[in-house]
Design a protein around this ligand. Structure first.
Ligand code: ATP
Length: 303
């Protein structure tokens, strides 16, 4: 395993009868950004809390740079919790400086970092305000600053983009991209799939406490089913019913989208289409990431 990788190795966690994680595994390498996606309750927060060590797994192991994550390693992780646990009555700068010191920085060093990050994240005007007086988006920027103030070697962020305005999204994306480029493994959970697709080197899809798909966007798309778009203007609505390995996804006004499994023969489909009259379009496509995610979520709710 390359140096600087965070490895989550078959961790399981139950809450009474609820299986939150079932042998969940994932690896984020140094210099890589991984988007962690899945429907509500799939196990993302539980995984991240265990990776950080604030929650214990029932079994499995979390390693960083090949060694189990201990207290010293935890100090070098930057974490942005979903529940945003900062001190509401403390002033922004004071709070960040304090958090830096908690992570072992000297006072002056922590003050410098707190100043730098507030400047960078557009919070310079807010330094002397109590956190609770800030808008939610600005509180979130402070949370990011809190995750970054001690110059962490690993970044674990639970839904860092939720509720941010477009400017803040860009600031957050840029900062995370810079950390990645500096060699930091970055993992964040999100329901904003467009952002995940745009920013991440790899995507992990979690479902019911297990990693069900893990790869680059292109790898995931090419592992998905083949879709066929057919335009046969005179075809009756049911022209493709009963063809081997073919499911009709949608059909309207002679435009049909078909999903093909491994047993399907596209030439057989073409012949069936031609039997209905002229065929103006016959093209193959791979599902978009959005469609892939939707499939995973649908399977989950169907069960
Ligand atoms: N403290 C707890 N006590 C009991 N069950 C819990 C607890 N924390 C989480 N769970 C359960 O564990 C499962 C995984 O929850 P988790 O919060 O990790 O999901 P998630 O993927 O982060 O969801 P979301 O996208 O909604 O944030 C869910 O079934 C949840 O109800």
């Amino acid at each position: 395993m390359p140096e600087g990788a965070l490895e989550i190795d078959r961790i399981s966690k139950r809450y009474g009868d609820v299986v939150a994680l079932d042998e969940m595994s994932l690896t984020v390498r140094g210099g890589e950004m991984l988007g962690f996606v899945g429907s509500n309750g799939a196990g993302k927060t539980t995984t991240m809390r265990i990776a950080l060590g604030v929650l214990a797994a029932d079994s499995g192991q979390v390693r960083y740079g090949g060694a189990p994550v201990d207290r010293a390693v935890r100090n070098r992780i930057g974490y942005m919790p979903e529940e945003r646990g900062l001190y509401p009555k403390m002033k922004v700068l004071e709070q960040l400086q304090y958090l830096g010191e908690l992570h072992g920085m000297r006072r002056t060093e922590a003050a410098r970092a707190a100043n730098r990050w507030t400047e960078r994240l557009g919070l310079a005007e807010r330094r002397e305000e109590q956190l609770q007086k800030l808008s939610l988006g600005n509180q979130q920027r402070v949370q990011l600053a809190a995750a970054l103030v001690h110059d962490p070697e690993v970044l674990i962020l639970d839904e860092p983009f939720s509720g941010l305005d477009p400017v803040a999204v860009e600031v957050m994306s840029t900062v995370l991209g810079e950390k990645r480029d500096q060699g930091v493994p970055v993992i964040f959970s999100s329901h904003q799939l467009d952002l995940v697709q745009r920013l991440c080197d790899r995507v992990g899809i979690v479902r019911r406490g297990r990693m069900v798909a893990d790869g680059t966007v292109e790898e995931l798309r090419s592992s998905g089913p083949v879709l066929l778009t057919v335009h046969a203007p005179h075809a009756p609505a049911d022209w493709a019913q009963g063809l081997r390995g073919v499911t009709v996804e949608s059909s309207r006004g002679g435009h049909t989208t078909l999903r093909l499994d491994d047993t399907a023969d596209d030439q057989e489909v073409l012949r069936a289409a031609l039997e209905t009259g002229p065929v103006h379009e016959f093209s193959r496509a791979r599902p978009s990431l959005n469609e892939l995610f939707r499939d995973v979520v649908t399977e989950e709710t169907d069960e």
